[in-house]
Ligand binder design. Structure first.
Ligand SMILES: Cc1cc2nc3c(=O)[nH]c(=O)nc-3n(C[C@H](O)[C@H](O)[C@H](O)COP(=O)(O)O)c2cc1C
Ligand code: SF4
Length: 382
């Protein structure tokens, strides 16, 4: 669908930018693909360039991925050697383009994974997300039409072309028949990167729609040290949390609506056991997001900073019950009104704080001093 947004050709350059920034905590699936099968990515890039008539591709790789950048460069060199890319490219002979593929290394900013910040960084500027529209398909890198896709997305192109759409659709979950159009189908395989309190953390490939409990028990050898499951983040810290009663959550693209979190995100599942301190978890998430906020938008810059201060106070035992409602109010102001911030980082902070606090309120209440104050949380503050 994204590829179809490109405008008709005008004879000038169009770009593909592959997002290998992968800075989301708990996420390491793209790294595995690059480590163990870089050519599956390059094959997808070549097919995408052919399909969309693109002659220049950039792979924007996370600055800390030193070894992966080397592996990828070796693979790109091999692809040139075998005329996948370059002036004698075999696809170029069909479509009269000379496709080129370059690796661009980031400098370590999380926000550069956001697609328009990535483009700014690629152009050599400070990695600040851009106001949209225009969307990258219309005006992306160097103000030219640009497709931006994640490593895993592009790596799946070759297998789909090879085995066909029916093969892809034979995996995953169907859209329920009576569901509104906003409910997506979740076809295909998925890489689930599991970390945290399980016996065998790692990246596991299975169908979309696998239950969280199956993922933990079948692939990961169960909870570590025989402890009980307490919570899991479905995919990256900015997605909110699955609570103790959501152990059997179905992990597909509808996970957000069904279980009151933001979504599946990167499918980098972080599992937490019964001993996990949810106040510390929340403070740590917000510490990260406050540090990585680029500061362009007031709700994000100020909101993450104030939430971090408030959570630090609660964790240190100096918080009051009023602070819990303050947190919900701050979180709500960051994501409740779409369009008040330029990118999704602020909304991620909102979902993280709001869902952890709402699903684990007793953990927070046990840490604060009682305050003579009427709680706002029950009055529907988002
Ligand atoms: C703060 C922030 C950080 C992001 N980081 C990444 C990232 O590291 N890798 C990534 O592929 N997408 C990241 N994204 C999502 C991208 O903006 C974009 O949606 C994605 O690369 C599109 O890939 P897809 O269409 O293949 O799913 C991030 C988004 C935000 C708001
Ligand atoms: S939401 Fe935050 S990270 Fe995103 S552009 Fe605004 S200030 Fe920067």
């Amino acid at each position: 669908m994204k590829w179809s947004f490109l405008p008709p050709e005008d004879g000038d350059r169009r770009y593909l930018a592959v997002n290998a920034d992968e800075a989301e905590p708990g996420t390491f699936k793209d790294r595995m693909l690059i480590d163990f099968d870089p050519h599956i990515l390059l094959e997808g890039i070549a097919i995408c360039m052919h399909a969309c008539r693109i002659d220049t591709a950039y792979i924007y790789i996370r600055g800390e991925y030193h070894a992966q950048a080397k592996t990828l460069q070796r693979a790109v060199d091999e692809a040139y050697e075998y005329n996948v890319f370059g002036k004698d490219s075999f696809l170029g002979k069909i479509n009269s383009l000379a496709p080129h593929c370059y690796i661009h290394r980031g400098a370590g900013a999380y926000v550069c994974g956001e697609e328009t910040a990535l483009l700014e960084s690629l152009e050599g500027k400070r990695g600040w997300p851009r106001i949209k529209p225009p969307f990258p398909a219309i005006a992306g890198a160097f103000a030219r039409p640009t497709i931006i896709n994640n490593v895993e997305t592009i790596a799946m192109v070759g297998p789909i072309v090879q085995h066909g759409p029916d093969w892809f659709k034979s995996m995953g979950t169907q859209r329920p028949e009576d569901a509104p159009p906003t409910v997506p189908a979740s076809f295909g395989p998925k890489l689930f990167g599991v970390s945290g309190h399980v016996n065998r953390p790692g990246v596991y490939e299975d169908e979309l729609g696998i239950k969280l409990s199956t993922l933990i028990e079948t692939h990961c050898g169960g909870m570590r040290n025989g402890k009980k499951f307490k919570a899991a983040i479905p995919g990256g810290i900015a997605m909110g949390i699955l609570g103790t009663d959501q152990y059997d959550a179905v992990l597909d693209f509808d996970v957000g609506k069904k279980y009151n979190c933001l979504g599946l995100g990167t499918a980098g599942v972080i599992v937490m056991d019964q001993d996990t301190d949810m106040v510390a978890v929340t403070r740590n998430i917000i510490r990260f997001l406050a540090h990585e906020s680029c500061g362009q938008c007031t709700p994000c810059r100020e909101g993450t900073t104030w939430m971090y201060k408030t959570l630090s106070r609660i964790e240190a035992g100096d918080g009051t019950s009023k602070d819990l409602d303050l947190l919900l109010e701050l979180a709500g102001s960051m994501g409740a009104m779409p369009g008040t911030t330029i990118c999704g980082l602020a909304d991620g902070a909102n979902w993280a704080v709001r869902t952890i606090l709402n699903k684990f309120r007793p953990d927070f209440e046990a840490r604060v001093r009682k305050h003579r104050y009427v709680s706002l949380s029950t009055a529907g503050v988002r």
